[in-house]
Design a protein around this ligand. Structure first.
Ligand SMILES: Cc1cc2nc3c(=O)[nH]c(=O)nc-3n(C[C@H](O)[C@H](O)[C@H](O)COP(=O)(O)OP(=O)(O)OC[C@H]3O[C@@H](n4cnc5c(N)ncnc54)[C@H](O)[C@@H]3O)c2cc1C
Length: 498
């Protein structure tokens, strides 16, 4: 195997710029580099048809901010104690105001979301009025999740642009000049064979986060024994490994868009959202969520800010006392499918298209849902203390009768548990995406721990995103587009290394 410090004598392929990962960030970097005259090779780990990463199954909202000064104030406030260099915030604020212009130049059709004020996640913070969420044309709504990406990549942007896209070709290792530290190319793999690609100007890492790497999750996400993704199963922290191997510093590794609580079963790599937990949906019947001690730990129907809830005057991650279970009565079990069969986003619905049974009977048979005639019997099946579970449900029923959840202030689905049988669904912590990765600067250069850039190495997207603490929805795709363009412009400005 070629080591990063050895310069290969023979290259299998040669180009100006190699971009690793074909989501929104890779798309923006490639198109920008191409339009500035560079030859681009885009490496994608997934097969053709499964590319697009989290971007493909996202809600497709992106930010186009109004007023760079307000944007600067808002992101500064979102970061709070988790400070990000001011130059970086400035670059983000300026570029995030230009997303619509860029998409228009590609033939896009930016449409502002309805109910705009509700989309501002932290309206009390300074500068919050800068937030404007957009989608492209008719791409918003159930079943349309792929359209923005498809329209931009297939129909309008990549057509007529001779980008070479190599599917099933994961980037494995960056090739680095051991003396100058410059990145000279990439070692990729295709059908089990090594492919050595020379990048005359540089490499842009856009290969997403570590949502499917449980070891990194345990190492980096605070208090998470495990956590699963609603997004692409191809995101395994490859960019972090490639960056570390050439001396990159890391940042924002402990931040993620989560947690939420969903069902994860071994048969599927990604998770199932449970309808009764959706904040805006009401169903008849009793429902509580309990932790390992059989007690409730939060308002089950609270709309979190991408997993963060206000506690003791600050936003903190929703607690996840694993294993957790959603306990329901027969009225709720019989009311509707427990899986939300019509969500707008997520890999399980958009790509896997799992067809959940209308009466939940198939999933009961599979063992994804457990049933017992009494609460103590259910507690025994799921390994909880029988007395405690009964006490929790009794207390819930008392509070419902009084009309007040004195423990967590829940106000939705205030229904008592009625007769058995009773049911349990094990819930896992889940996330949309991680935010951490190699540290980058305002030029999208990847930095070493000493603050100096690694020459010819850039990044964009959720791999080392700017979000260090609180996250404003639609900020990730907005950042992919903004920093993808910044990375594309700066890598093209490099002189070829030979
Ligand atoms: C269900 C869901 C809904 C969301 N909704 C929104 C939303 O509405 N608005 C918003 O702003 N954000 C949203 N997000 C977050 C957002 O989708 C992501 O943060 C963003 O799309 C990340 O884009 P990216 O280009 O950085 O990475 P991705 O889109 O994940 O693309 C990375 C690509 O790299 C490929 N790859 C991985 N490893 C390698 C390798 N070694 N070599 C080559 N290729 C590799 C992957 O296969 C993938 O195609 C949502 C996320 C989820 C899961």
């Amino acid at each position: 195997m070629t080591r990063p410090t050895e310069i290969p004598k023979n290259w299998d392929m040669e180009t100006d710029v190699v971009v690793i990962g074909f989501g929104a960030a890779g798309f923006a970097a490639s198109v920008t580099a191409h339009d500035l005259g560079a030859d681009v090779i885009l490496l994608e780990k997934a097969p053709d048809g499964a590319q697009g990463g989290n971007t493909r199954v996202a809600g497709q909202g992106y930010l186009n901010l109004e007023g760079a000064d307000d944007a600067h104030a808002y992101l500064t406030a979102l970061c709070g104690h988790f400070e990000v260099p001011d130059k970086m915030i400035r670059a983000w604020a300026d570029e995030m105001c230009k997303n619509n212009d860029w998409l228009l130049s590609l033939g896009g059709d930016p449409q502002e979301h309805q109910h705009q004020p509700e989309g501002i996640e932290f309206p009390h913070l300074p500068g919050a009025k800068c937030v404007h969420k957009f989608h492209d044309g008719d791409t918003y709504g159930y079943g349309n999740t792929w359209k923005l990406f498809e329209r931009l990549t297939k129909d309008r942007a990549t057509e007529g642009r001779p980008l070479q896209i190599l599917y099933r070709t994961p980037g494995k290792e960056l090739i680095q000049n051991g003396i100058t530290g410059e990145i000279l190319g990439v070692r990729a793999e295709q059908e089990g064979k090594q492919l050595i690609i020379k990048a005359r100007k540089g490499v842009v890492l856009t290969c997403g986060g570590f949502e499917n790497n449980q070891e990194m999750i345990r190492d980096y996400l605070p208090g998470m024994p495990y956590c699963y993704t609603t997004g692409s199963p191809y995101l395994e922290g490859d960019g972090i490994k490639m960056g570390l191997a050439v001396g990159a510093d890391l940042w924002h590794m402990n931040n993620f868009a989560g947690p939420a609580l969903q069902l994860k079963v071994p048969e599927h790599p990604t998770t199932f959202s449970m309808q009764p937990l959706h904040f805006s949906k009401e169903f008849p019947g009793g429902m509580v969520v309990v932790g390992a001690d059989g007690k409730r730990f939060a308002d089950e129907k609270y709309k979190t800010c991408h997993g963060k809830i206000p506690r003791n005057g600050v936003y903190q991650p929703l607690p996840t006392p694993c294993p957790m279970h959603m306990i329901i009565d027969h009225t709720l079990f019989s009311a509707a499918p427990l899986f939300d069969t019509h969500p707008r986003s997520g890999w399980t619905t958009v790509m896997v298209r799992y067809d959940w049974s209308d009466d939940n009977s198939v999933e009961l048979k599979k063992g994804w849902i457990k049933r017992a005639d009494t609460l103590p019997a259910l507690a025994k099946i799921i390994g909880l203390n029988a007395e405690q579970l009964t006490e929790t449900v009794d207390r819930w029923n008392e509070m419902v009768a009084r009309g007040s959840d004195d423990d967590f202030g829940r106000s939705l689905m205030m229904s008592p548990f009625k007769e058995g049988p009773y049911y349990a669904v094990q819930l896992s912590p889940t996330m949309l995406n991680t935010q951490g990765g190699p540290r980058r600067n305002e030029k999208a250069e990847i930095l070493r721990p000493d603050g100096n850039p690694i020459p010819r190495l850039y990044s964009s997207g959720e791999l080392g995103s700017i979000y260090s603490n609180l996250y404003q929805g639609a900020g990730n795709i907005g950042e992919c587009l903004a920093f993808g363009r910044i990375a594309g412009r700066n890598v093209v400005a490099q002189q070829p290394w030979h």
